[in-house]
Write a protein that binds this ligand. Structure first.
Ligand code: TXA
Ligand code: MG
Length: 350
């Protein structure tokens, strides 16, 4: 018999109040109970929604891989309530991890450190490092405290698909595969955390994210680059294949978007266009009933915040193609460029 769709419980914590409303704590207690029983709960974070399970229980973590259709070679991030919980999961606490977490936690940065023996190897995909993150979303930190366990949580989407930035996206992607969804509204950052490997010297960015290299270097000194744009042949971190973060609609980043859009419209294709206002306001935009042109913010953080929601929305419209204006080449745009490049990568790649 098919499982029922999960309840979606609204959780809030007004700014300035020392504790959340009672209804939120009641929702967190229900979530904690499900997690203790080995269930899966979709949790809000400041980056994207996560699909959480008890990180210390091998069998329930296996449930995450099955729900997502995720290859077991792709390790998970473990979410912690504080520094002490993070250290209890690390075999060693490298100086770079100490500096980065002291300055930037809670926040959208994940540190990769040697793993402690208590972390099941399914979490780390058999590797001897573990990825740890203390989310800025305080409702989720409170859940971790109340459940009294670290939470393994990848983004709450089917493998290779767009990450969810609302509870509704989670429901669309995972439906009955999740036991409960906690809804704290749209995510503040909208793009996955920066992942930094602290086992190398200098530490190395494995996945660009909301905290760019300049903000990391300001606290920890030299940081090695993420390297060239991702390729399927040489993933930067285990499981980080380039075909990732895809909308269902084919997406491309042409050199001349206006020409490309006109050409597609000329052969009657239905096109979504993410238009970057790069000051080139003289550019004539094609207009057509077959075109959905979406103006995108010219600030990288604001762009990141609405990127997935925009792609999710365009995916609902049965378009033939999504065309994206190429984002600027500055470092502050590297996370957005990374996600768009992956979204555009060849569907035949894997
Ligand atoms: O913002 C985020 O990080 C979100 C929210 C839910 O916290 N989570 C997220 O998880 O994006 P996921 O599973 O979609 O991406 C985790 C990334 C993958 O690229 C994975 O390969 C990498 O982190 N990763 C995990 N453990 C690792 C490890 N031990 N070494 C290197 N990379 C690792
Ligand atoms: Mg993901």
């Amino acid at each position: 018999m098919p499982r029922a769709l999960p309840d979606i419980l609204r959780v809030t914590w007004p700014e300035g109040s020392p504790a959340p409303p009672e209804a939120t704590d009641a929702a967190l207690d229900r979530a904690a109970e499900i997690l203790r029983r080995g269930g899966l709960v979709a949790i809000p974070t400041e980056t994207v929604y996560g699909l959480a399970a008890n990180a210390l229980d091998e069998e329930t973590v296996d449930g995450i891989f099955r729900a997502k259709g995720r290859p077991s070679s792709n390790p998970l991030i473990v979410h912690v309530a504080d520094d002490a919980m993070a250290r209890s999961l690390a075999g060693e606490w490298p100086q770079a991890a100490a500096i980065i977490t002291a300055a930037l936690w809670p926040g959208p940065v994940t540190v990769v450190v040697p793993r402690a023996a208590c972390v099941p190897s399914i979490v780390t995909a058999g590797g001897n490092t573990v990825a740890l993150r203390c989310p800025a979303q305080r409702i989720t930190r409170r859940l971790i405290e109340r459940a009294n366990m670290p939470l393994a949580a990848p983004s709450a989407n089917r493998s290779e698909r767009l990450s969810p930035t609302t509870a509704h996206h989670v429901l669309e992607s995972l439906g009955h595969r999740v036991d409960l969804i906690l809804d704290a509204g749209p995510c503040e950052r909208g793009i996955e955390s920066t992942v930094i490997d602290c086992t190398t010297s200098p530490p190395r960015v494995l996945r660009p994210g909301p905290l760019d290299r300049a903000s990391l270097e300001a606290v920890v000194g030299e940081v090695a680059d993420a390297g060239p744009e991702p390729s399927v042949k040489a993933p930067r971190s285990p499981g980080q294949l380039s075909r990732h973060y895809c909308p269902r609609t084919v997406l491309e980043i042409p050199a001349d978007p206006s020409a490309r859009v006109s050409k597609l419209l000329a052969v009657d294709r239905r096109v979504g266009w993410l238009v970057l206002d790069n000051g080139d306001s003289a550019r004539t935009l094609a207009t057509s009933k077959n075109l959905v042109a979406v103006p995108m913010p010219s600030d990288p953080a604001a762009y990141a915040k609405c990127l997935y929601a925009t792609l999710h929305a365009l995916d609902q419209r049965q378009l033939d193609r999504i065309v994206v204006d190429c984002p600027p080449s500055e470092d502050a745009w590297s996370a957005v460029r990374d996600r768009l490049t992956r979204a555009a990568s060849d569907r035949q790649a894997s």
